[in-house]
Design a protein around this ligand. Structure first.
Ligand code: HEC
Length: 133
């Protein structure tokens, strides 16, 4: 029984943990920097009560975080997959509320987004990514 569980766990890991190329990892880091800039853009826009700029920043964040979600899905690092999915969901809600001009809700979603960035970084999932050639 223990042996079976072990075999299942090993096969499961072999199937889900695909090696990422160094270029994949580099692209992910570039997306993180772009994410940071857009997050700051939205933050500044909300402080200035500029709905249009906030909406543009949040809208641009969505496709980047979509790519991040796909990246983490391919790594098979499960906690990061969950955080990446949450980050995308929150960014979509942020895009929606800023578009509607609901700045109070936007502030709430931005806080949720940030908490998610911090939570994922705190777990250092990059140390568990299988990097190939
Ligand atoms: C799913 C996990 C995860 C989420 C969610 C996440 N990050 Fe990251 N981020 C990472 C990892 C891992 C690194 C370290 C770089 C690496 O993977 O080698 C990183 C690195 C960064 C860096 C440094 C990039 C560099 O190489 O200089 C910035 C800036 C950053 N993240 C911003 C953000 C922001 C802003 C958010 C939230 C909107 C966010 N991240 C959400 C995983 C995540």
């Amino acid at each position: 029984m223990v042996f079976r569980t072990l075999v299942v766990a090993l096969i499961g890991t072999a199937i889900t943990q695909m090696p990422m190329s160094p270029a994949d990892v580099q692209a992910h880091r570039s997306r993180m920097i772009a994410t940071q800039l857009l997050e700051q853009k939205v933050e500044n826009a909300l402080a200035a009560r500029s709905r249009r700029t906030a909406a543009a920043g949040a809208r641009d964040l969505v496709p980047i975080l979509e790519k991040e979600q796909q990246y983490w899905d391919r790594t098979g690092v499960e906690d990061a997959m969950m955080f990446a999915e949450r980050n995308l969901g929150t960014a979509k809600r942020l895009a929606d509320v800023t578009k509607r001009g609901d700045l109070a809700k936007a502030g709430f979603e931005l806080d949720a987004l940030r908490a998610n960035c911090v939570a994922c970084h705190g777990r250092h999932p990059d140390t568990r990514v299988h990097v190939g050639r």
